[in-house]
Structures are given as C-alpha cells and as structure tokens.
Write a protein that binds this ligand. Structure first.
Ligand code: NAP
Length: 483
C-alpha cells in the first residue's frame, strides 16, 4: 500500500538551533523525507539560524553531511538531496542580542505560512518569542514550535507559558512531545475509536491493569549535566509516559479536533490520584564489569537522581476505578523496548479439564523497536489426543499488514508537517503541561524533603527489586523486557 501524501501550503520555516544535534539528527532529515515524498511545495523554504557565522552555502553543505549520515541511502538520493538543498538559506542570529534579527526579517516572505522552530535550550524560548514579537516577525498566523523540556516544575512551566503567551496566542504555540508523533501512538487512537470491538471492553470491568514501559538500553551518554538535574521523572514520566497514559485512559473525544482530543487528555491528568511513596520504586544503575555507573556517567559521586522509576497510578474516575496503571521507564535496562500493554481480566470460569488457570488476553501496542499491535489469545493445541491449550499472539506488524515498502515516518517529520498544516492535535496544550507538572511536583518535593535515595540496579536488568515488588504485592507481574 502506498501512503497518500497531501502537499502542504508554501512556507518559511525558521530553524533556530540549526547547527545543533537535534536539528542535524532529526529535524533536517525529517524535512528531507517530506521533500522526497513530494509533500513540500516548490515555494517551501527552510531558513537555518544559530550564532555560528556561515553563509547559505556552508549551511547546505553541513545539512547535506547530516542527511547523508542520518538517513538511509536510496537510488535517487543524491539528485533529490541537491534539489532539497536549494530550499535552504541561513541567517546568523544571536538570539540573546540584537544581532541578526533585521537580516532575518529581510529573508522572510509575507504571503506564506511562517513557522519558527526553537531547537535551542529552553532558557532561550522566552527571549526568542519576545524578539520575534518586538521585531514584528511574528504575524497573527505564525507558528512557534518549542522543544522539551517544557519547564522543570509547575512554576517554571507557568513562567514559560506566560512568556510565550505574551507574544503568541495559544493556537500558535506547538509544544513538542515527539512520542505523540509516533505512528503506533496515533494508531492507539485509531484502534480505540475506529473499531467497535475494543471500546466496550476498555474499562475497569474488563481490564485488570495496564502496563506502560519505556525501557532504554543506553545510559546517559553525554547528557550527564542535564540529566542529573532532571532524572527519569522529569525527563520521561511528566511528558512521554503521562501522554501515553492519557491516550490509553481518555474518554472518546466527540470529534478528532485538537481541542476535543486535548480536553479529554487534560481530564485524565486531573483525575490522577496523588501517588503514595509506597507506590513508587526509584532506581539508579550501578557499574558492571567494564562499564561505568550512573554516578560515573554524570560525574556526581553522591547523586540521588533516578535513572529508573516504576510507579502504580490510579485514574480516579468511573471508567478506571480499581484498574491500576503501572508505569516504568529507565536507562541501561535489558533492551530498548517501549509498549503499552492492556491486560484483560482472566476468564471467570474454565470448562476445560486439567488446563489450570486461564490467563486473560493482553493487547500490546508496541512503540519500539518494531511498531505494531499484538493480541495474546488462548487457542487449542493442534492435533488429536485430548484438548490442550496454548497461548499465541495475533501479531500485526505494520510492515506486514500495509506492505513491506511502507517506511515508518519518524515522529519529527510528521509533527513538523502538522505545524505547517496548523494542526495542533499531536501537540501539548499549555494547561495540559501545567496539569502534568501539578501532579508530578509533590512527588519530587517529597523525595527532596525526605532525602529519598534510589535503589541500585544492575545494568542489563529490568530495574531494581523494588519495582518487581510493586507488582508482586498486587499479585501481578511486569511483562518481560527484551522479548
Ligand atoms: P545543541 O546541540 O546544544 O544545539 C543548540 C543549538 O542552539 C545550536 O545550534 C546553537 O548554535 C544554538 N544556540 C545556542 N545559543 C544560541 C544563541 N544565543 N543564539 C542563537 N543560537 C544559539 O542542543 P540540541 O541537542 O540540538 O537540543 C536543542 C533543543 O532540543 C533543546 O531544548 C533540547 O532539550 C531539545 N531536545 C533535544 C533532543 C536531542 O536528541 N538532541 C531530544 C529532545 C529534545 P550556535 O552555538 O551556533 O549558536
């Protein structure tokens, strides 16, 4: 099956931080892919910007190098890449000073969609928004895109929202959570709301519990200073895992519009019960043979920041009362694996002799590494000689179901085109981010006040013993990480 490509309107996309890591690894390659498939109109332009002095030609060369490094080769790539690079321009701007803004004003066109992508550190977000406003570069229809992290607590997120809203309307602000751009995450909404099979079962009567796992096999890798100030709770739970929880738990929106979807997500966050310390397991990876510990990686021998967290969360509403959501995420775990597993209740009675306890169905939405959906079912073992049962999975990998040539879009390329289209459905609204911080803040404050220390765990494991106990004491088990 060939996916349909709907071209977007002509645009000027200003990429602040164009010389940075994210721009090179994700944003520019993503834009190139959209160009390759024909979604970008001939009038589209990408204007890179940073403090580094260079001309447009040098920026084209560095973008060419990045795309060659970070995208797979294809027979026509050289030709397509040459055409893509013609769309690129570059303007040197130090966003903390007056330098460069007038040069930027000169290259922008009045009659096309205007988007400003802030791929820079969050301390620069409000400055850039202010300067865009003062210099008259932000038109009423301009869009501004901001990267994570969006604050480090409720107060800083509020201040950031105020800074952005002083210059832009909420409908112009696109707060990125790249998990929302993942194909499978959106498929979760399609699965729930485009099929009649699942929704009647999607509640506490039929669902025993939900497990959301985002496991990484890598450690901190060069981000030590940032990560040690942040930890798994701020870096992963407040944004990505809460978003996955929202999409799993939310009520059906009345329509698929940005505010209808985001209204339902906010209701889920507001329904989250405060989490008791006993329902949280924090961990920090220790050294293994030949490998450094978390503390070595961040260069802080007394760090009490968590590189792992597991927690039991209750959504206090009619649909989910009595059905816990278990969340877990961590670094240096056994495998890189992310999934949402909806574990249905066991059949209430078995008519089959000698088969033991029948286990409930499990619907698994896999986010990575191989995006797809699996439903664990129980069937009869083939052959004569009595009735024996086996568990098998109905496995729907996207590549098999939709044709082997379907390339999975990277989350960034989808999201950046949504910005140009003016579709905020997959972006976090200001009140949503604040609600998530309001839920997370007291948990972190409690750790700080009590001097809570994370438990050590072995690299390559599935986290500390305490996380296993979180499930065991409820008579449940985590799904295995790593196949
Ligand atoms: P980075 O590699 O440090 O790049 C920062 C960029 O900002 C560089 O292009 C730098 O260019 C520019 N910059 C810094 N100060 C500036 C100033 N005063 N005026 C103009 N430009 C300035 O950072 P990154 O990893 O790309 O991350 C960018 C943003 O994305 C951050 O908010 C980060 O949290 C977020 N993010 C990154 C990743 C990732 O995988 N990298 C993932 C998720 C979110 P010059 O030095 O030339 O000015």
């Amino acid at each position: 099956m060939v996916s349909r490509v709907i071209p977007v309107d002509p645009f000027d996309l200003v990429l602040f931080g164009a010389t940075g890591d994210l721009a090179k690894r994700k944003i520019l390659p993503g834009l190139f892919h959209r160009f390759e498939v024909g979604q970008m109109p001939p009038e589209a332009r990408i204007i890179g910007s940073a403090r580094t002095e260079m001309d447009a030609e040098a920026f084209r060369q560095s973008t060419k190098d990045a795309i060659e490094e970070f995208t797979p080769d294809s027979p026509n790539r050289a030709k397509t890449l040459a055409a893509f690079l013609e769309r690129l321009d570059y303007v040197t701007v130090d966003v903390s000073s007056d330098q460069g803004w007038q040069d930027l004003a000169q290259v922008l066109r009045p009659d096309v969609v205007r988007a400003f992508y802030l791929s820079v550190g969050p301390s620069l977000f409000a400055d850039i928004a202010g300067r865009l406003h003062e210099c008259g570069l932000a038109t009423p229809d301009s869009r501004i895109v901001v990267e994570k992290p969006f604050g480090r607590d409720l107060a800083s997120a509020r201040a950031l929202n105020e800074g952005l809203r002083a210059c832009f309307e909420e409908h112009q602000i696109y707060r990125i959570d790249h998990y929302l751009g993942k194909e499978t995450v959106q498929n979760l909404m399609a699965l729930r709301f485009a099929n009649s099979l699942f929704e009647p079962l999607w509640n506490a009567t039929h669902v025993d519990h939900v497990q959301i796992t985002v496991a990484e096999s890598i450690g901190i890798d060069g981000r030590g200073a940032y990560y040690d100030q942040s930890g798994a709770m701020r870096d992963m739970v407040q944004n990505h895992l809460v978003q996955l929880l929202c999409l799993t738990a939310m009520e059906p929106p009345s329509k698929f519009t940005p505010n209808a979807v985001r209204d339902e997500k906010v209701k889920v966050i507001e329904a989250l019960d405060p989490v008791e310390p006993a329902d949280i397991a924090r961990g920090q990876y220790r050294a293994d043979t030949g490998g450094d510990s978390y503390r070595d990686h961040v260069g802080n021998s007394s760090s009490s920041t968590e590189s792992f967290i597991a927690m039991k969360v209750s959504v206090a509403n009619w649909r989910w009362s009595g059905t816990p959501f278990y969340l877990r995420t961590g670094k240096r775990l056994r495998a890189r694996e992310s999934e949402i597993a909806v574990v249905f209740r066991d059949p209430p009675h078995t008519i089959f002799p000698n088969v033991g306890r029948l286990r409930g169905n499990v619907l698994v939405i896999r986010l990575q590494p191989d995006e797809g959906i699996t439903l664990r079912t129980t069937i009869k073992d083939p052959g004569p000689g009595g009735l024996r049962l086996s568990e098998v999975s109905l496995d729907m990998s996207f590549a098999d179901a939709l044709g082997a040539d379907v390339r999975q879009q990277d989350a960034y390329e989808r999201l950046v085109m949504d910005v140009i289209r003016g579709d905020q459905t997959l972006f976090m609204r200001g009140d949503e981010v604040e609600a998530a911080w309001a839920w997370v803040d007291p948990i972190i404050r409690n750790w700080e006040e009590t001097g809570d220390q994370p438990a050590a765990y072995d690299p390559g494991s599935s986290g500390p013993e305490e996380a296993l106990m979180l499930m065991h004491r409820d008579g449940r088990r985590w799904r295995h990480i790593g196949g």
